[in-house]
Design a protein around this ligand. Structure first.
Ligand code: IVH
Length: 719
């Protein structure tokens, strides 16, 4: 994201001021989502990137620092439901470091600040950064008197009653402790408790939680302490607030005291001097991360000696004597428990790694696609190496997984040191695991190379292909039948009852009639379907008896024919009849019809061949004929009236739209003759940006493309 932004050094003062205003609002919004509602919309890495950008701009334009600058604020204001508690000492945050180089800089800065002590003479502690929520717990004369969340750093929420339900936090401290003790640390939920809770929620058809941290926060911000008690929250002590007396003079010593007093402390904390040892410990903790039953997002380094900490002091919101070394963005280590093969609509055998659940960028990941046979071996689509030799993916391996945006998680690499001695190379199946037909890799006619995809040759015989076909048929850009999703398709497909069974698309449209004719097996008596939902389902099905031609073409599931190609075909042929008859006349890949097909702008030979092959298969024609007895495709919409100001223009929508869905906006623009693109380039005419627009908006500004908001866009196209 940041890569496409204007470099800070190239920003004009005006642009900088505008961006700082945007960043202040955006960061505040995300703080509120994260702290106030436990519902983050962006990953920690994306959030950190926003903060870094803000800091960099402020550094260059100090005169532009805003009163509401995110660099002055910490976290979000407290929720109003709990009484406020003003912290005796502010609860600060930590500076972040992201690379080994940053860590060396941090250590050097400590040495520099303290005035050239001999190299290696300063000890640092290094401990996991727990991804939970920080808490300050106050004891007077050994009794727990109150507990507060961090809140905005100055004032937090009084959650005393809830904290008292956490078994790991003592209500009383042993004799001899200082009169006033404020222990600070992290409340968290274990990964296993989180997964168990989510399983329970799912079983009860309740909304599941996003990640352990937000679940812990939600469990704590309960007005009813019984709910908190039921959640088995845990605690690690690592810092302190007010102390009437200091029981130790080092960070390590303090933590040892906490342990003596009955608080859990993290066993991976170490005291180290050499910076390379510190970095090595970071790597070691990173390797242990998948095996820990709690989420961590980095390693915290602190100057060990408290007198040195005092000399180093604080910047506006973080200590100079500590830093958090974050783990790389959206990556995590986990184990490959098993490799399954999924058979898709076109028969492609896709290997999927079943992973020990791990949160990556705030989302629990349990599966990652392994794409194909070559990918497992470490070979890319063009035959290039994508991982080092021997780094093939095996069951039992510890792997690095990455999640970028909304894409399916990927396995990036294998940690060879952790490969079990008995791990064997994965053997790719030679037969379809669903129907047992041969699975083959086709040879590309042009290049002579083996295709990377292994395909089941079973076609209609293969249940997996048939059921995936149906799921595609009802999907959003195809028939989009409400109430008929993947789960329902599985059910109808598996049914052996003639009054319930759906094996091909036409069966969906005959379901109601078959139900009416069969009083014995009523859908409404089957679990998961009530009277109302059945009626709604049949209404939704009936609504699709008339369907736009491009949706029908897309729904057929022809290889290589996506939404865009389907639209091109619909526009070119106008009606289903002329489309089908043209495709049949091109069966020998020559002649006028073949020529016309290839002449359509945007359709290449591979796609053209796939379409013709599809219509040469009598089974396909049979299925379509049965379908057309039930549904009527509409003639394709003619190209837009050229009177529209957007006809022939290229438009990009970005950010969230509030007046209509993305699909609607796109359809509307296209109906006016505009081309809707996914990315901004020199060819883009307009960018319509809603709230939260990011890199595309930046790019548009950079290229000088006209930008408008949703209302301006509506006015522009005439409401
Ligand atoms: S030390 C003055 N140690 O990270 C700094 N913080 O970004 C005191 N955190 O607010 C914090 N694990 O919620 C410290 N081992 C650890 C930590 C830790 C997690 C959190 C804490 C803090 C935030 C700072």
């Amino acid at each position: 994201m940041s890569a496409e932004k204007t470099p800070v050094e190239n920003l004009s003062e005006e642009e900088a001021a505008a961006e700082l205003a945007f960043l202040a609002a955006e960061i505040a919004r995300n703080d509120e989502l994260y702290h106030g509602h436990d519902a983050p919309e962006i990953s920690d890495a994306e959030y950190d990137a926003l903060k870094r950008r803000n800091d960099a701009i402020e550094k260059r334009f100090p005169q532009l620092v805003r009163a509401d600058s995110p660099s002055i604020r910490v976290g979000a204001a407290p929720l109003p439901t709990f009484a406020p508690i003003t912290h005796s000492r502010p609860m600060l945050s930590l500076d972040n470091t992201f690379s080994d180089e940053d860590v060396r800089d941090f250590v050097n800065s400590v040495y520099r600040f303290l005035g050239r002590l001999p190299d290696g003479s300063i000890a640092f502690t290094a401990e996991p950064k727990i991804d939970g929520l920080s808490m300050s717990i106050r004891y007077e004369l050994g009794r727990l008197v109150n507990a507060a969340t961090r809140g905005d750093g100055t004032t937090g929420e009084n959650v005393t009653e809830n904290i008292k339900t956490i078994k790991q936090i003592p209500n009383r401290l042993p004799d001899g402790v200082p009169d006033v003790v404020e222990v600070r640390g992290e409340v968290y939920m274990t990964k296993s408790d989180f997964l168990a809770l989510n399983e329970k929620m799912a079983a009860e058809s309740k909304q599941t939680y996003v990640n352990p941290r937000n679940t812990a926060a939600g469990s704590l911000r309960q007005l009813d302490p019984k709910v908190t008690a039921s959640r088995n929250l845990k605690f690690f002590a690592y810092a302190w607030g007010e102390m009437s007396e200091m029981p130790a003079d080092t960070q390590m010593g303090m933590v040892e005291k906490f342990k003596e007093w009955g608080f859990p402390v993290n066993p991976l904390m170490k005291r180290l001097n050499a910076v390379e040892d510190i970095i090595a410990h970071y790597k070691d903790i990173g390797l242990k991360r998948p095996d820990l039953d709690y989420e961590i997002d980095g390693v915290v380094y602190k100057v060990d000696q408290l007198d040195l900490q005092a000399r180093l002091g604080f910047r506006s919101r973080s200590p100079r004597w500590a830093t958090a070394h974050k783990f790389p963005a959206e990556q995590a280590f986990t184990h490959v428990e098993k490799i399954d093969i999924q058979v898709g609509r076109t028969g492609a055998l896709t290997p999927v790694a079943r992973l020990t659940p791990v949160t990556v960028g705030g989302v629990v990941v349990t599966n990652a696609t392994l794409h194909n046979e070559d990918y497992i071996k470490g070979i890319g689509n063009s035959g290039e190496r994508i991982r080092e030799e021997e780094h093939d993916i095996r069951v039992g391996d510890t792997v690095i997984v990455q999640r970028a945006g909304d894409v399916i998680p990927q396995v990036l690499d294998v940690v060879m040191e952790k490969r079990p001695a008995d791990a064997v190379p994965y053997e790719f199946p030679k037969k379809c695991p669903v129907c047992g037909s041969h699975a083959v890799r086709e040879r590309n006619e042009k290049t002579g190379k083996l295709d990377s995809v292994t395909r089941c040759t079973g076609g209609f015989v293969c249940r997996a292909q048939a059921v995936e076909h149906l799921k595609h048929f009802v999907s959003r850009a195809a028939f989009d039948i409400e109430g008929l999703g993947a789960k329902q398709i599985d059910f109808f497909f598996e049914s052996d009852d003639p009054a319930l069974q759906v094996r091909t698309a036409a069966d969906i449209f005959t379901l109601k009639k078959r139900q009416e004719a069969s009083p014995l097996t009523k859908l409404e008596n089957i679990e998961g379907f009530g009277r109302v939902s059945v009626r709604k389902l049949f209404d939704a099905i009936d609504e699709r008896r008339s369907i736009a031609l491009h949706r029908l073409i897309y729904a057929l599931g022809i290889r290589h024919v996506g939404e865009t190609t389907a639209k091109l075909l619909a526009r070119a042929y106008g009606t289903y009849e002329s489309f089908e008859s043209a495709m049949k006349s091109a069966a020998d890949f020559s002649g006028e019809a073949w020529h016309d097909l290839n002449a359509i702008e945007g359709i290449g030979e591979v796609v053209a061949r796939a379409i013709i092959e599809f219509f040469k298969e009598p089974r396909n024609i049979e299925v379509i004929d049965r379908l057309l007895a039930e549904v009527t495709p509409q003639a394709a919409e003619q190209l837009a009236a050229s009177s529209s100001p957007v006809a022939g223009k290229t438009v990009v929508f970005t950010g969230s739209l509030e007046k209509f869905t993305r699909d609607e906006a796109k359809a509307r623009a296209e109906s006016l003759g505009a081309k809707v693109a996914g990315s901004v380039s020199k060819k883009t005419d307009y960018v319509v940006a809603g709230p939260g627009a990011g890199s595309k908006l930046d790019k548009a500004r950079e290229l000088g493309v006209a930008v408008m908001d949703e209302d301006e866009w509506l006015a522009f196209i005439g409401g």
